[in-house]
Design a protein around this ligand. Structure first.
Ligand code: GLU
Length: 276
């Protein structure tokens, strides 16, 4: 029996892609537990009304959770605690680069390191000495905290994870480069928070879109570093529009509440989703 979760970010209305993610989580829990958790750490992008809209749409679809767990914003102390643990393990480094500086550095490199989604952070701040760090802080710069993927790999050794659709993958801790685990603005990041929250919620199966499959390499690495239990995974296909483009929050026309307003029934909307 599995405990699964549906983890939407309340930055817009639920659309068909969310309905499919909730359906997969519900179906995959079978007789187990299916949880709802709002991923709202990026408080600059959330809107308060979207929590209740989401709960209401899920209930209307017949996909209301067995239980809702606390939203991520209430878990900041846990996220900080684990970031401190990683720092104590020596697998984090402070990064003072702005996005613009990272982009300029990549543009100036002849062959920037590449990941599945494009160029990776080139490691500018990896190995900064104390004097240089002090200099940057004296300029008033706040650091983000990045995972030193190579160091993490040597601490955890060979790892794998199992996905019910994609099979077994050997973990490459650096697949997405040195992940930001503590953002400058919010102190944590999706990658850190999701791993801790899934463990705290007792999720034994993580179901989510296959766009996040590469991120799971980093997540499995963090579980090993932090001694957290290992869930199994189900990265489901993404719901796309007629032109094959993945749905995004801005596709309001695909919003569940739009279909509701047009008089569709829950069964109509569920029939628009791909098969399980
Ligand atoms: N909050 C993410 C999303 O809305 C889900 C991430 C996850 O399930 O791990 O896409």
């Amino acid at each position: 029996m599995s405990t699964t979760r549906f983890a939407p970010s309340p930055t817009g209305p639920l659309h068909l892609g969310h309905a499919y993610a909730a359906l997969v989580a519900r179906a995959s829990a079978a007789a187990g537990r299916y949880l709802l958790r709002f991923e709202d750490i990026d408080h600059t992008r959330i809107r308060p009304e979207y929590y209740d809209f989401a709960r209401d749409d899920l209930a209307w679809l017949g996909l209301g959770p067995d239980r809702e767990t606390p939203p991520q914003l209430e878990r900041a102390a846990r996220h900080r605690e684990f970031l401190d643990r990683l720092r104590a393990l020596g697998v984090l480094y402070p990064c003072y680069c702005t996005r613009r500086e990272v982009a300029a550095e990549i543009a100036a490199m002849r062959s920037a390191p590449q990941g599945p989604e494009g160029p990776l952070y080139p490691g500018t701040c990896r190995g900064l000495d104390a004097g240089r760090q002090a200099g940057l802080e004296a300029e008033g710069r706040q650091p983000a905290w990045r995972l030193d993927a190579a160091r993490a790999a040597s601490v955890v050794g060979p790892l794998a994870f199992h996905d019910r659709r994609h099979g077994r993958s050997d973990v490459d801790p650096g697949l997405l480069g040195d992940l930001v685990l503590g953002r400058k603005d919010i102190g944590t990041s999706y990658h850190l928070a999701v791993v801790i929250d899934d463990a705290d919620d007792g999720a034994t199966r993580v179901t989510r879109g296959e766009d996040l499959l590469p991120a799971t390499h980093g997540h499995r690495t963090l579980q090993a570093l932090l001694d957290l239990p290992e869930p199994d995974y189900l990265h489901h296909r993404l719901v796309t529009d007629e032109s094959g483009r993945r749905l995004a929050k801005r596709d309001d026309a695909r919003a569940i509440r739009h279909f509701r307003e047009e008089g569709h029934t829950p069964a109509d909307v569920l029939a628009m989703l791909p098969g399980l």
